[in-house]
Design a protein around this ligand. Structure first.
Ligand code: SF4
Length: 872
């Protein structure tokens, strides 16, 4: 365990750094538990949050600044960053430099980064990976409400009589919100839940109605809803007249081209009865929440999709009321904090606008900014295009991994490799983006950082440090301030503690209030350092209603909300070359590009290799086998992955998880396949609808390799950590490697155990050190290699026992143990075989499974899979 910071024996309250639910947790040394007093989770944690301690070791951390391959002092590294940025600015102007930051940053880091770039360097070229997940919702909110505000709170999901989940696999991406909903549904079975998703996901487990809509048809669905509401006298005329504008034009657009309800159902790919059921429920249910996420935002018309949802809520007056409202839920832990302090290239701080002269003046005055940017900067995709074109010559990337997460990711990598100056701040030492860095700066990780985050329901919570900073890792705000000072802005960046930054930000929200915005933290502007330290979670605007716009007064100049006419996009046309549609998304137990969850072996027990999911009937058309391999190809790139059948996918549909990078496999970065097509209003890329082709790939040999080695250069490899030092590799290829080749994959050894049947293509090697300890294990065969993986992993670094050699070579202890299959419940490592045994002994419900083998009794993330298991 790492060295902790003494807190006089007190448990430390902090916030989970993964998703936008923003769960509170308590650390007391070696234990972590959910914070029962935190309003987001009330003591619960999902499996990712529960396993945070597993990710905290110092192995794999970036511990010192580097210039090229040289370790240097912070002074030297900061001088170099400032000198390079200064030179580019002097020669090419401020728009030739950029910052690319992250929803992982704390609000204080974000505030300083934005202030430096927009206020003092004088360019708005600061964008964030939040562009990739919720910028369409930002624009939709601004167009409808006059401000980027999520009106409601999580409690609304429990107060609602109808919850519509659209474009959101809530069960996996926001597990604690899902569990709150599941608990309420159990308490109040009459509550209705509708899931709108082309895939039947784990979230559908809770649904009274699943609408497997065709991809890209959400505007048509919600336009149809608006027309239905009007036709069935379900719009709130009084609310529309008193508090909104734009209804008539929006309704006219919704009706345009709308024929019969049966025709609309056919267009959407839905049964007419299901479509009408949804419309009737929505029309009849005052307390309706529509929760939307990446499936809505990550589309070429993501902004319109968001507004089409909000239109239906405004038309029924269901905004800012208990149990009613549109609810955009964010992917990242501090996407909301970043939005508040202006972390996007097309906004100023505190919800003010770059192109509004009064806003501009107010911000310039508040900061004393000599050169506040006047026009929007480059949004993420355009920013990396500008780097490719050489117009942006120096970029500082903080806490994000664009080589994996941006569309056309191979192009992004090539652009960074060719860029004059790439600075990367990260807490880990080995990412696909760091590989492109000229200068690497070691950042603090979760557990070491100190600051605030805002979750999806506007609750500001503290992340507190309880671990000492390893090596020379430093806070990101500190590194930004040090560079700012070297650029000549010492007075404006003389912060010594995050509390100072938070106070300044809180005071700055007075400008938002002055311009009629909801964002108001001014009550915290005089917070003392100890008040900051003792901060308990609070929702903004402080001291007011739980919900924004509950008085139907919006943040527009006239106080009225706007309904926005949204035209459906042209029908998707597939080509013969790319006849399928590739969707991407999250897995239950992984996070982003695995830079953190990839350090916890336990989190790979749910899914341990990159894969593509496909419906069995589609797979049959393309000659694919369950568990086989496939090449997935798009206009932008190609991947080589395993095949998983999933009958929850539509015909023509593919799904790949977004997590795998070149650190964990050879070729499965899904964003290398995604074309860089963006929403015209938000600049958000369309990650969900990539035209693609799939074909089987048949290896001639398979392999299994364990040890501390780097990845072999073979056609297919995928690895998972066994512990802090060892990996387990799955390998496959076309040309069988000869002995010289495969021995080169293995470490130097003192002794070897070998077994060869060259004629049959079977080879086994066990490498032992001078103490007879196992340092590597390899098996190659023409067919997939089976071994007792858990037992083998436990043998690494252990001495070979007498009588163990034969078993070792076979990869099986020979104790008669049976393969229990994949892990379903990660918390208690319960495998399929154990669940099957429990069912054979009479378990018929999820609760009975829990009583029998504990499955599903901790975080609950596996409950949808347990239900399906019982049903099967
Ligand atoms: Fe963390 Fe999200 Fe899980 Fe809560 S739901 S514990 S914030 S990953």
């Amino acid at each position: 365990m790492r060295q902790t910071i003494p807190h006089a024996g007190e448990p430390v309250r902090s916030t989970c750094p993964y998703c936008g639910v923003g769960c509170g947790l308590i650390s007391d040394g070696d234990n972590l538990r959910g914070d029962p007093d935190h309003p987001a989770n009330r003591g619960r944690l999902c499996v990712k949050g529960s396993s945070l301690l597993e990710t905290l070791g110092e192995h794999g951390r970036l511990l010192s600044p580097r210039i090229g391959d040289r370790t240097v002092s912070w002074e030297r590294a900061l001088d170099e960053v400032a000198e390079r940025f200064r030179r580019v600015i002097d020669e090419h102007g401020p728009d030739a430099v950029a910052l690319y930051v992250s929803g992982q940053l704390l609000t204080e880091d974000y505030y300083v980064a934005n202030k430096l770039m927009k206020g003092f360097i004088g360019s708005a070229n600061i964008d964030t990976n939040s562009r990739l997940c919720m910028s369409s919702a930002v624009v939709a909110h601004k167009r409808a409400f006059g401000e980027d505000v999520v009106p409601g709170c999580y409690q609304d999901l429990e107060l609602a009589d109808l919850v519509v989940l659209t474009g959101s696999n809530t069960a996996w991406a926001h597990p604690i919100v899902y569990q709150r909903l599941a608990a309420e549904k159990k308490r109040r079975p009459a509550m209705k839940i509708v899931v709108i998703d082309p895939r039947r996901t784990a979230t559908c487990d809770l649904a009274d109605l699943h609408l497997p809509i065709r991809p890209g048809q959400d505007v048509a669905l919600f336009n149809g809803l608006l027309a239905w509401l009007d036709q069935h006298q379900a719009v709130d005329r009084a609310y529309l007249e008193a508090h909104t504008r734009g209804f008539d034009a929006t309704l006219a657009q919704a009706r345009d081209g709308l024929g019969s309800w049966s025709g609309l159902a056919a267009q959407l790919g839905l049964a007419q009865a299901d479509l009408e059921c949804f419309y009737q429920w929505f029309a009849a249910t005052g307390r309706t929440v529509t929760l939307f996420s990446q499936g809505i935002n990550q589309a070429r018309n993501g902004t319109d999709q968001g507004n089409a949802i909000i239109n239906a809520h405004l038309a029924t007056g269901r905004v800012g009321r208990p149990g009613a409202g549109p609810f955009s839920i964010t992917g990242q832990p501090n996407a909301m904090g970043g939005r508040e302090v202006g972390g996007l290239a097309n906004q100023l701080a505190v919800h003010l606008e770059l192109d509004n002269p009064a806003h501009h003046q107010a911000v310039a005055d508040f900061w004393g900014a000599p050169a506040l940017a006047r026009r929007p900067g480059l949004m993420a995709v355009d920013l990396f295009r500008a780097i490719e074109a050489g117009t942006v010559k120096a970029v500082w990337i903080i806490a994000t991994n664009p080589v994996d997460s941006l569309p056309e990711a191979d192009r992004v990598r090539a652009a960074l490799r060719a860029c004059d100056t790439v600075v990367v701040s990260d807490c880990v030492s080995d990412t696909d983006t760091l590989e492109c860095a000229d200068i690497a700066l070691p950042a603090l990780a979760w557990g070491e950082k100190d600051g605030t985050v805002t979750n999806s329901e506007r609750v500001i919570s503290r992340q507190r440090s309880f671990l000492a900073a390893p090596g020379e890792a430093r806070p990101d705000w500190w590194a930004l301030c040090q560079v700012a000072k070297r650029l000549g802005f010492a007075d404006a960046f003389d912060y010594r503690h995050p509390a100072q930054i938070f106070r300044e930000y809180a005071a700055m929200t007075g400008l938002a209030r002055r311009f009629g915005k909801c964002l108001d933290l001014t009550a915290a502007a005089a917070l003392t350092d100890s008040g900051y330290q003792q901060w308990t979670p609070r929702r903004w605007p402080f001291g007011e209603s739980e919900r924004c716009f509950s008085d139907a007064r919006f943040s527009t100049a006239d106080g009225r909300a706007r309904l926005i006419p949204c035209a459906p996009p042209p029908a998707e046309c597939r080509s013969a070359e790319l006849p399928l549609t590739l969707n991407s998304g999250r897995l239950r137990d992984q996070w982003h590009t695995m830079t953190r969850t990839g350090r916890a072996p336990m989190l790979f027990s749910h899914r341990d290799e990159p894969f593509v999911e496909i419906a069995p009937r589609t797979a049959a058309r393309f000659g694919l086998e369950q568990g086989g391999y496939a090449r997935v190809r798009s206009a932008a790139g190609e991947a080589l992955v395993k095949v998983r059948f999933d009958d929850g996918l539509a015909e023509q549909a593919l799904f790949m998880p977004l997590h795998w990078t070149d650190r964990f496999t050879g070729r499965a970065r899904v964003d290398a396949l995604v074309p860089a097509l963006t929403d015209p209003h938000s600049g958000q890329p369309a990650f969900k609808h990539t035209p693609a082709m799939i074909q089987p790939w048949q290896p001639r040999w398979h392999g299994l390799l364990l040890g501390a080695m780097a990845a072999p250069a073979v056609d297919y490899w995928a690895r998972v950590p066994v512990d802090a030092h060892h990996w387990r590799y799955q390998l496959a290829g076309q040309a069988m490697p000869d002995e010289t080749t495969f021995m080169a994959w293995l470490p130097e050894a003192e002794h070897w155990l070998s077994l060869d049947d060259s004629a049959a293509g079977h080879h086994r090697r066990v490498a032992l050190d001078r103490h007879n300890r196992i340092i590597a294990w390899l098996a190659l065969a023409p067919e997939p290699v089976h071994a007792n993986l858990e037992w083998l992993a436990g043998c690494l670094a252990q001495p070979v026992a007498d009588g163990q050699r034969a078993g070792l070579l076979l990869g099986d202890p020979g104790d008669g143990g049976v393969d229990l299959g994949v892990v379903v419940c990660t918390c208690f490592q319960v495998r399929e075989g154990q669940l099957r045994a429990a069912v054979e002994q009479g378990a018929r419900t999820v609760s009975e499974l829990g009583l029998s083998c504990r499955a599903g009794t901790n975080c609950g993330s596996c409950i949808p899979e347990l239900k399906r298991f019982v049903a099967d």
